[in-house]
Design a protein around this ligand. Structure first.
Ligand SMILES: *Cc1c(COP(=O)(O)O)cnc(C)c1O
Length: 384
């Protein structure tokens, strides 16, 4: 079976990104590679292989199903940490497998203690603190009760981490909010230390915090988007630009390339409409290339009459609406294009490049969203 498009994932680009992140955080801090959302669309299986080869031994997932996927593909007995969802009935198996998970309320904490006791295996937990994100996490007001439980049940718990997540570290405009979060986190940390409660790792930073709030770099950083070669926002890049060496102003390299092929070539006469409805009318005689990728494959409908791809080393414009399985590209000016020719949806062809950012600008999708919408069943090939 041959799919209508495929993704290439560059292991070399990943190694470069990790080298850059390492240069920012110093030699001791652990990098947890965040592989939620099917590794931001790159594929969990492929990213576990690439990351382990690049020396990564810690992975973060949102949910237990993703954690099991990492577990299955890991060849180096890497640590796995669940940042979010798990069902109570899965907890025993996770504890047996040594997979750690966030604990953000007493319900999950009590369950972890109960199950650990019955298994005779301590649960590896990360206590998540509410510092201002207002999604999950223990409130400041619950600290006494929390400390009491952690102390009393110390035999049944491995306190792997004390953690929180920042609400908008990717923008300097959230500076005050982030600073307040750091303060609340440190207050919690002190409180536990005074009670004699220690955690193995203190960790708070995502990519943006790591890059522009260096005080958030502690024992571990949880790196998602930067590992895949993207700045969390333009602003994070600009904030960093001055400190980058002159000969390497872009240390983050994109891993992903998305390719397809020309399926058919179609002449269209002046005055005819292309595709559904009447969003595009040919103002001259045209030649179109039909490419078998549509919104069903993660190529947003918002790219109708907006998107660009590379064919024959040239930018070609999407004409008409993006349909479920196909797009039409204007190749009127190109010569010698044939059925079967390579089409680049993201990435380089010759000297030209389509970036994920260019996609995101015309769709208002952040790159995180564009990437995670790439369906799981598009084949992903690792390029060494
Ligand atoms: C997604 C996530 C991260 C990684 O965020 P990036 O911006 O992609 O680096 C880190 N921590 C938590 C809790 C997350 O949910």
């Amino acid at each position: 079976m041959i799919a209508t498009s495929y993704l290439e994932i560059s292991a070399k680009a990943y190694r470069q990104n990790i080298r850059y992140i390492r240069s920012e955080i110093g030699p001791k801090t652990v990098i947890s590679a965040v592989v939620k959302g099917n590794a931001y669309g790159h594929g969990i299986q492929q990213m576990v292989e690439i990351a382990e080869k690049a020396g990564i031994r810690h992975f973060s997932t949102f949910s237990s199903d993703e954690a099991w996927e990492v577990y299955r593909f890991s060849k180096k007995k890497s640590e796995i940490m669940i940042l979010g969802m798990l069902y109570p009935e899965e907890m025993a198996d996770l504890i047996k497998a040594g997979i750690s998970f966030y604990v953000y309320d007493f319900q999950r904490l009590d369950l972890a203690v109960t199950i650990s006791k019955s298994l005779g295996i301590p649960a590896k937990i990360h206590i998540e603190l509410e510092t201002g994100f207002h999604r999950t996490g223990f409130e400041w007001s619950s600290r006494e009760k929390l400390a009491k439980t952690l102390a009393e049940e110390a035999d049944h718990l491995v306190l792997e981490g004390l953690c929180t997540h920042y609400a908008g570290a990717e923008s300097i405009s959230n500076y005050v909010r982030v600073k307040n979060q750091i303060e609340v986190y440190l207050k919690f940390k002190d409180f536990f230390l005074h009670k004699g409660i220690h955690f193995l790792k203190y960790h708070t930073a995502c990519s943006a915090a790591t890059l522009i709030f260096p005080e958030t770099i502690m024992d571990m950083v949880r790196i998602g988007i930067a590992g895949y070669g993207f700045w969390p926002t333009k602003e994070t890049y600009y904030a960093k630009l001055n400190s980058l060496p002159k000969n390497n102003k872009n240390p983050l390299k994109r891993l992903i390339t998305w390719k397809s092929t020309v399926m058919s070539i179609k002449p269209v006469k002046m005055g005819e409409f292309v595709g559904y409805g009447n969003s595009f009318m040919a103002l001259q005689n045209m030649k179109l290339a039909i490419v078998p990728v549509g919104y069903g494959h993660g190529y947003s409908r918002l790219l109708s009459n907006q998107g660009q791809v590379l064919i024959g080393g040239q930018y070609c414009q999407v004409v008409g609406t993006v349909t479920m399985n196909a797009i039409a590209l204007n190749i009127t000016k190109l010569k010698n294009i044939e059925v079967g020719d390579e089409v680049v949806l993201i990435g380089k062809q010759g000297s030209k490049e389509i970036t994920v950012a260019s996609f995101s600008e015309s769709t208002q999708q952040v790159n995180y969203e564009m990437l995670t919408r790439l369906p799981k069943d598009i084949p992903r090939r690792i390029i060494p």
